[in-house]
Design a protein. Structure first.
Length: 129
């Protein structure tokens, strides 16, 4: 899928430059998209990312404290989101997104064999763990 450099707006068909940086401008922030962002949206998103990444400490200890606080906030947010994650999301008739980890936590019967997960569907509806 295409990735758009947020700094210069160039769109790349694969994710190769996400790790290397944009060869045009050296930008390190990319947006995964089917439809490229217009310049206004792209600049606004880049500004938000740069603002969030800013460390305000003047000393090394202050910077480490900023990092610790951001890490704690991210972990709290992830914990909130974890409760909202669905085990099985129906995208359309016959097409599903399955969160295998969540199913395993819920005690569903899942068997992994040769790269394939098999889910015993009655275990999802029985309410037993």
């Amino acid at each position: 899928m295409p990735h758009q450099c947020l700094k210069c707006g160039k769109v790349y068909k694969d994710s190769r430059y996400v790790f290397e940086g944009c060869p045009e401008c050296g930008g390190k922030s990319f947006y995964y998209t089917k439809k490229p962002l217009n310049e206004e949206k792209r600049k606004k998103l880049l500004e938000e990312i740069e603002k969030d990444d800013m460390l305000t400490g003047e000393t090394l200890d202050d910077i480490f404290e900023d990092i610790r606080k951001k890490k704690e906030a991210a972990l709290k947010e992830a914990e909130k989101l974890k409760e909202k994650v669905e085990s099985i999301h129906v995208k359309e008739a016959g097409e599903y997104e399955i969160n295998v980890r969540r199913l395993m936590e819920e005690g569903s019967i899942i068997i992994y064999r040769e790269g394939t997960y098999y889910i015993y569907l009655p275990s999802l509806f029985s309410g037993k763990k």
